[in-house]
Design a binder for this molecule. Structure first.
Ligand code: ATP
Length: 360
């Protein structure tokens, strides 16, 4: 049985439904992320796991027990907040020891447990400092150590890195992955940052308007988004309006509006005449002045460079197809000193394989 099972949970504020019939389960030891734009209900769902909000209906089963109406302090759960919530008048060691004192753990045991946690978060030499004497990243590590000290079954993290600058965030992301592997505690992580979710998680639940739009491993969500919302929210994606012409066993044919036909992977239940869109990630599209047409699995279209965006490691090329449609693609700037392969108005060719895209 999963460590956490959320069954058909609903939460309303007045006549507004913030969480709308959500069901999902989280396995022990998993790094699980609730991802979605502001207002999608992810924090409300996390707060119900913590016990700060009660669901209007549904069950929250933690380790076999329905905790939906159990108060926060009685749950084997801890939360790390965005603002750290450290006690300013206590040292790092005292902050970490606090939950153990509250739980009545004997003094003789406390020092050992605190040392263990200080080592886990690499803050041994900061034990006697006060929170105002620490950097943002160090404070965040103290907050995590304090949340882990009495070994919760579930650690809830509510946008814990959002107050940090980009470089420190990246460093803390690596630290979080390492820490989670070391301590083996199940993490449920809330973020609106898709890059962070892809980098950290074993699985991601993408939320929109109080519901789970898609729940899958990061690479699956990125490669096979189930809806326009997910495709658009996670990374860069071309969404090309298309109609199904013919469905075969290993591929189907679609007509991209005003551009032409191409093959795509078959989709269960698709039928001729069905309208939808082809999702194509920029890095899956080949770009060249001309491209060899020797691969029958590829489709080729001609176009003209509309815009170039130099990003250092890659350059993004926005290519205008003959019918005026804009398609985003990219090339790595791997050759030394090379910033760009093409300039605005250069004539180019695009190609992609039948399995590069995904029809939704
Ligand atoms: P953010 O990333 O901005 O925190 P979120 O996805 O975490 O967004 P929630 O905080 O869960 O979103 O809020 C979901 C919706 O429920 C929002 O429209 C919010 O205004 C509403 N909401 C949340 N808490 C309350 C409350 N106590 N009373 C009324 N409405 C609330």
């Amino acid at each position: 049985m999963a460590l956490l099972e959320i069954r058909d949970v609903v939460k309303r504020f007045g006549d507004f439904t913030a969480v709308n019939h959500v069901s999902l389960s989280v396995e022990a030891g998993e790094f699980f992320t609730l991802l979605g734009p502001s207002g999608c209900g992810k924090t409300t769902l996390l707060r119900m796991l913590a016990g700060f909000e009660q669901p209007d209906s549904g069950e929250i089963i933690l380790d076999g027990v329905n905790v939906a109406n159990v108060p926060p302090e009685k749950r084997p759960v801890h939360t790390v907040f965005q603002n750290y919530a450290l006690f300013p008048h206590m040292t790092v060691a005292q902050n970490i020891a606090f939950p153990l004192k509250m739980a009545g753990v004997p003094q003789s045991e406390i020092a050992g447990r605190v040392d263990e946690l200080l080592e886990d978060v690499r803050l041994q030499e900061f034990a006697k400092r006060y929170p105002h004497e620490l950097s943002g990243g160090q404070r965040q590590r103290v907050a995590i150590a304090r949340a882990l000290v009495n070994r919760p079954k579930l650690l809830l993290l509510d946008e814990p890195l959002s107050a940090l600058d980009a470089k420190l965030r990246e460093q803390m992301q690596i630290e979080l992955i390492t820490l989670q592997k070391e301590v083996g505690i199940t993490f449920v992580y809330v973020t609106h940052d898709q890059g962070e979710a892809l980098a950290l998680s074993h699985r991601i639940a993408v939320m929109s308007r109080g519901q789970v739009e898609q729940l899958d491993a990061p690479e699956h969500i990125y490669s096979y988004p189930k809806s326009r919302f997910v495709a658009d929210f996670i990374g860069q994606c071309n969404l090309l309006d298309a109609t199904v012409l013919d469905v075969g066993t290993d591929r189907m044919t679609v007509e991209i509006a005003g551009v032409g036909q191409c093959h795509v992977l078959p989709v269960a239940g698709a039928a001729a005449g069905q309208k939808g869109c082809l999702t194509l990630r920029p890095e899956k599209i080949k770009l060249g002045a001309t491209l060899p047409a020797d691969d029958s699995d590829e489709v080729h279209f001609k176009g003209k460079v509309h815009d170039c965006l130099y990003l250092g490691d890659v350059t993004i090329y926005i290519v205008e197809l003959d019918n005026g449609m804009l398609v985003e693609t990219m090339l790595p700037n791997s050759a030394p000193g090379r910033a760009k392969f093409f300039d605005d108005n250069d004539l180019v060719e695009l190609a992609w394989r039948y399995d590069a895209g995904h029809f939704i």
